[in-house]
Write a protein that binds this ligand. Structure first.
Ligand SMILES: Cc1ncc(COP(=O)(O)O)c(C=O)c1O
Length: 408
């Protein structure tokens, strides 16, 4: 009986999955592309021309969008899109509480008020029914997050937005190459924002991009990322309160190479995700998230399943993820708490931003997000999803091994 517990890797037993999952993936051609830029001496890009422009064109085409604007990171991409939408101080912006802080903090940075709307327990994406309930005369924008690369219910969200005359900015930081009803994520709302930070499915270490079909939004975002300059204006002529948010040619060279691999990688993650779902749904106490309505391609930036400790002898989520990580599965607990529980919101550390006095997050409660954070959600990183079918078998085996041992 002791034996089976000792076989756990956390107790010194053999790892179930003894393999590294490299990320980022690159080869000699990436190095040559960067080398070419390095040799040229044109590292920066004050005119956002050359390779930066080429990458923007290719990414816009890839998404099926008219325009794209690169910038220093995904947070700034969201910030540019929100400000370009013309929000005013005190406007309300609907966001989920199960996301990275930037989705909500950029709202504060625009002097607007984030209004948190709970996620659906089956998909972990914002629940359209809850969105409708949260709309007030002050609501101006909805920011749905395609969490983990799973498409939000965009038909329902766009219908609500149209009915209430709201703008939709898709936070697609996890969703490069993902699809909803055959359309690329990010290309459905007024604007779609992506991150190229190092863990992301398309990366240049840091970086971001916004795609849009709206020429006015495009022109404003172009100005905002380039210190308020305008097309055909003079170098020291500044029309809008922008900043230098430009990326370098070195990043663009890398992104062009990385983009050429994205579609194959996305297909691979999607295929592995479907297969892993089929394995894990057979394990009592493990429930993979349901694939969304109308989703045709999931990017699995994160593979997420729900863990029910009652089927694992009440082993806490932390103990379970520690054991799973020890078995060689790159897994972790995800967000420890909903965004509105962060000190930023609880203590109203809004500094210079003009957030109305009466705004108060101490009574906010989104039960599904709390359950996901505190009890259910277990995350596996995207690079694991680039592994083989056998690797997926071993992930399921590792979970079964833990279950057997703790229930013994
Ligand atoms: C959902 C989401 N939105 C926005 C961002 C911000 O991107 P960046 O880190 O590039 O600023 C992230 C980054 O992790 C994210 O996960």
């Amino acid at each position: 009986m002791e034996d089976i517990k000792q076989q756990l890797a956390i107790n010194g037993g053999e790892k179930t999955l003894n393999k590294k999952f490299p990320w980022p993936i690159f080869d000699q051609t990436d190095l040559e592309a960067i080398g070419e830029v390095a040799k040229s001496g044109a590292w920066g890009n004050p005119d956002c021309a050359g390779l930066v422009e080429q990458f923007e064109r290719e990414y816009a085409d890839y998404c099926g969008s008219k325009y794209a604007i690169t910038c220093v990171n995904g947070s700034v991409a969201l910030r540019l899109a929100l400000i370009a939408c013309g929000v005013k101080p005190g406007d309300e912006v609907i966001v989920p509480p199960y996301t990275f802080i930037a989705t909500a903090s950029i709202v504060l940075e625009a002097n607007c008020v984030p209004v948190f709307v709970d996620i659906h327990p089956e998909t972990y994406n914002m629940d359209p029914d809850e969105i409708e309930k949260a709309i007030t005369p002050k609501t101006k924008v909805i920011i749905p997050v395609h969490f983990a690369g799973q498409a939000c219910d965009m038909d329902a969200i766009m219908e609500i937005a149209q009915k209430h005359h709201l703008r939709v900015i898709e936070d697609a930081a996890h969703a490069h190459g993902g699809e909803y009803k055959g359309k690329k994520l990010g290309s459905i709302g007024d604007a779609g924002c992506f991150s190229f930070q190092s863990s992301k499915n398309l990366t240049s270490g840091e970086g971001g991009i916004v795609v849009t079909d709206d020429e006015k939004l495009y022109n404003m975002m172009n100005s905002l990322r380039n210190v308020g300059r305008v097309k055909d204006g003079m170098w020291y002529e500044h029309h809008n309160p922008g900043c230098n948010y430009r990326i370098t040619q070195l990043q663009a060279a890398l992104l062009l190479k990385q983009l050429s691999r994205l579609e194959d990688q996305t297909q691979r993650r999607d295929e592995n995700g479907r297969y892993l779902n089929s394995l894990l749904e057979k394990i009592d106490g493990i429930q993979p998230l349901t694939r969304g309505h109308g989703e045709t391609l999931h990017t699995y930036h994160l593979y997420i399943f729900k863990y029910d400790k009652s089927k694992f002898n009440n082993l806490s989520k932390r103990e379970f993820t520690d054991m799973l990580a020890a078995e060689g599965v790159p897994s972790f607990m995800g967000y420890p708490q909903p965004l509105y529980k962060q000190p930023l919101f609880q203590k109203k550390n809004f500094m210079c931003y003009a957030i109305p006095e009466e705004v108060d997050y101490t009574e906010v409660c989104c039960p599904e997000t709390e359950k996901a954070c505190y009890e259910d959600a277990v995350w596996i990183m995207q690079n694991t999803m680039l592994g083989t079918k056998e690797d997926m078998d071993l992930i399921a085996l590792a979970i079964r091994k833990i279950q057997e041992a703790v229930n013994d």
